[in-house]
Write a protein that binds this ligand. Sequence first.
Ligand code: ZN
Length: 342
Amino acid sequence: MLETTIAGSLPKPPWLAKPGMLWAPWLLPPELLAEGQRDAVLLALRDQEEAGIDVVTDGEQSRQHFVHGFLEKIEGIDRSARVTIGIRGDRYQAEVPVVRGPVRRRGPIHGEEVRFARAHTTRRLKFTVPGPMTIVDTLADEHYRSRERLAMEFARIINEEARELAALGLDVLQLDEPAFNVDAYLGDVKAWGIAALERATEGLGIRTAVHICYGYGIKANIEWKQSLGSEWRQYEQTFPLLARSRIDQVSLECASSRVPLSLLRLLEGKDVLVGAIDVATEAVETPEEVAGTIRKALSFVPPERLYPCTNCGMVPLPRDVARGKLRALALGAALVRAELGA
Ligand code: ZN
């Protein structure tokens, strides 16, 4: 019980991509990039194993951005015509590609990455892909002109991809849906967001997870969080819907957040990946601080369903900070496990 995992990403080595930033440019020439990415995956796996993380990821070392890495292999999207739009309910402006025609998967997207990671760790392996609503929110659509229709098309594409990934020996497939936490979209989450998640994860035969967070520790997010008041209750709308869905696990933000932990009760019957590491600060938590967050969550989640995790991806953090946070996460979980006599 209290098996540890991470939301997904880890910082990249400084020879692979510019450190300290999201969407960092690759530093290797095209002919060396794939090999460099594979080497970085080995280091990311090693860091997690040494720290004592139970369910590991490839650290998302082979993609520049969690949404755009997926879109690179999708037909119907014009990636040369980037337009600037407000995304996540206008929280920030982003340059996004344009949907010009029917969307279709050109071929396997992340298969090689999963195959490689699977061959190099004996731990359970999780892989993350963007969720349909978050993909739609990161595109300018000039073809379908319906967020719901486009999301369902992406749900079908994700499912094609996910079935292949599951067959490669993956243990958990996680869909990242930060868009689920945007007030302006809560109606859409109910109307079609959950249905799109279920379509995307249909028939996989492995554990499925959804990650819903308040974002990386960037300026726009920190300002947004300050506007959300003393209690963040966005999860209150989505958790009951997820509790009734087929999704097995929900990854959420708890460390240094204003989410009332009693909301975790709404996820009864699901595995809960409790964010016990704050990714918005370079201060490394002590194991005791991590244990404190886990203990509070245990009032609302039974220990066999609680997985200590990070709040979000750690990609923009310095590597030594991320390593320290991985260790604190594993040690904090071990403290509580000992108290429970497990
Ligand atoms: Zn996140």
